[in-house]
Every structure is written in structure tokens, then in C-alpha cells.
Write a protein that binds this ligand. Structure first.
Ligand SMILES: Nc1ncnc2c1ncn2[C@@H]1O[C@H](COP(=O)(O)OP(=O)(O)OP(=O)(O)O)[C@@H](O)[C@H]1O
Ligand SMILES: Nc1nc2c(ncn2[C@@H]2O[C@H](COP(=O)(O)O)[C@@H](O)[C@H]2O)c(=O)[nH]1
Length: 211
């Protein structure tokens, strides 16, 4: 009814959590959404203690930080969630999410599985999507070809991937699992999962233009 409609417009679209093993293709798919839907999606920029990769920009890909500073802010309650992954600390600050949501955009959070668990304890109410690789062998090849990891960090990521692939298949953890084998097919599936929220943002934008 009308009051539910008004409430949903005021609350804005539901955020989206993209999770799944490192190398499964989350960033690739997210960049496709940002490219194709101008003014619809916004990325919640996480904080991390890991070193920047070549080409990564502070404040755009991550807020690159150090453990002391991050831990202090976590203790001060400034984070929605945080987790240790492959020897580094990662976390979503409240302000990163608020900045995106204040603009009426669909907020995308790219988090590993512990982050998913922690977000479930909040009132964020996102759509939970897990991006999965076709197999651990293909994941390993993608990670090696990406050329971002040392042998040690690659092995840690593969170990975390095995755990992720098992836990993600448990019922009720994710709203949808997408196997990213053919990229275009995976992208089509992702768009179809998000179409309701996309349409919501697009119609709100149109109404604003017409008023
Ligand atoms: N369907 C696909 N087929 C082949 N290669 C792919 C496919 N999807 C993504 N890739 C490639 O696999 C690599 C890993 O993808 P991407 O960096 O998007 O993964 P990710 O899940 O974001 O990883 P991380 O969690 O470590 O950030 C990239 O080099 C990307 O170009
Ligand atoms: N729990 C959280 N996990 C996060 C966050 N930001 C990123 N991640 C996850 O970390 C791994 C590794 O990322 P990489 O950029 O070093 O390859 C990956 O699974 C991300 O999803 C966060 O804020 N919280």
C-alpha cells in the first residue's frame, strides 16, 4: 500500500553484500554494475591494514590504514563489522555505508564470510549474494594470473576459499549463490537478483527530475 511505498522510498534501497572467496570475481562484477548503472550503486569503501596493490587508490579502493588506528576506531564503535583475513584486518566503517546511503544509492559491501556473519547481527538488512568460482583449481589459476599474491598469501587465500565454499552452501547463509564461470552469464544473474532495487533507485531519480 501507499504508506509502505513512502516508507521504502524514505529508507532507500536495500544494500547488497557481495561475498565469496578471494579471486571469485566480486570486484570484477561490482565494477560492471558501477559502469552500467550510473548513479544507482555506490561502493562502501572498507578499511584495511594490507598494503595497496599497484594501481589501487587510497579512499577509492580502500582506506589503507594501520592496525592501531583501526583497532582504536573499532573499540570506539565506529565499525559495522571487521574481520581478520589472510593476516590483515579489514572492516566496514559506519560512515562508509552512511555516505553511500545518504545519496539514495544501493550500497555495495564487498566482505568475506566473517563479515557476512557480523552484518547479520546488525539492522542493515542487505541482500546477501555469494560469488563462487567454478572450482578451487580455476580459482587458483585466476589468483595466480592476477599476480597480486606471494606464494604464502596465495596459499592462505586458497585455504580461506575452501572454508568459504563449504560454509556458503549451508542453507540460509546467502539469498543467492552465483557461480562465476562465464562472466557475462554471472553478471546477468547478478543483475536479475538486484533488478527490484535498481528499478527503485531509477524511478526515484526520474520522479526527482520531473518534480
Ligand atoms: N568469469 C571469469 N572468467 C575468467 N576470469 C575472471 C572471471 N571473473 C573474474 N576473473 C578474473 O579473476 C581475477 C579475480 O577477480 P576479482 O579480482 O574480481 O576477484 P575478487 O573476488 O574481487 O577477489 P578479492 O576478494 O581478492 O578482491 C581477476 O584477474 C579477474 O579479471
Ligand atoms: N569482513 C570484511 N571483509 C572485507 C572487507 N573488505 C574486503 N574484504 C574481504 O577481504 C578479502 C580480501 O580482499 P583483498 O582486497 O585483499 O583481495 C576479500 O574476500 C574481501 O571480500 C571488509 O570491510 N570487511
Amino acid at each position: 500500500n501507499f504508506s509502505i511505498f513512502v516508507q521504502s522510498v524514505m529508507e532507500g534501497p536495500r544494500p547488497v553484500v557481495l561475498s565469496g572467496p578471494s579471486g571469485a570475481g566480486k570486484s570484477t562484477l561490482m565494477k560492471m554494475l558501477l559502469r552500467d548503472y550510473d548513479g544507482v550503486f555506490g561502493f562502501s569503501v572498507s578499511h584495511t591494514t594490507r598494503d595497496p596493490r599497484p594501481g589501487e587508490v587510497d579512499g577509492k579502493d580502500y582506506h589503507f590504514s594501520n592496525r592501531e588506528a583501526m583497532q582504536e576506531d573499532i573499540d570506539d564503535g565506529k565499525y559495522i563489522e571487521n574481520a581478520e583475513f589472510s593476516g590483515n584486518l579489514y572492516g566496514t566503517s559506519k560512515s562508509s555505508v552512511d555516505d553511500v546511503r545518504a545519496k539514495g544509492l544501493i550500497c555495495i559491501l564487498d566482505v568475506e564470510i566473517q563479515g557476512v556473519r557480523n552484518i547479520k547481527e546488525t539492522d542493515l538488512d542487505p541482500i546477501y549474494v555469494s560469488i563462487q568460482p567454478p572450482s578451487i583449481e580455476i580459482l587458483e589459476k585466476r589468483l595466480r594470473d592476477r599476480n597480486t599474491e606471494t606464494e604464502e598469501s596465495l596459499q592462505k587465500r586458497l585455504e580461506a576459499a575452501r572454508v568459504d565454499m563449504e560454509l556458503s552452501n549451508e542453507p540460509g547463509v546467502f539469498d543467492v549463490l552465483i557461480v562465476n564461470d562465464d562472466l557475462e552469464e554471472a553478471y546477468d544473474k547478478l543483475q536479475s537478483v538486484l533488478i527490484e532495487e535498481i528499478t527503485k533507485v531509477q524511478s526515484t531519480k526520474k520522479e526527482k527530475c520531473n518534480s
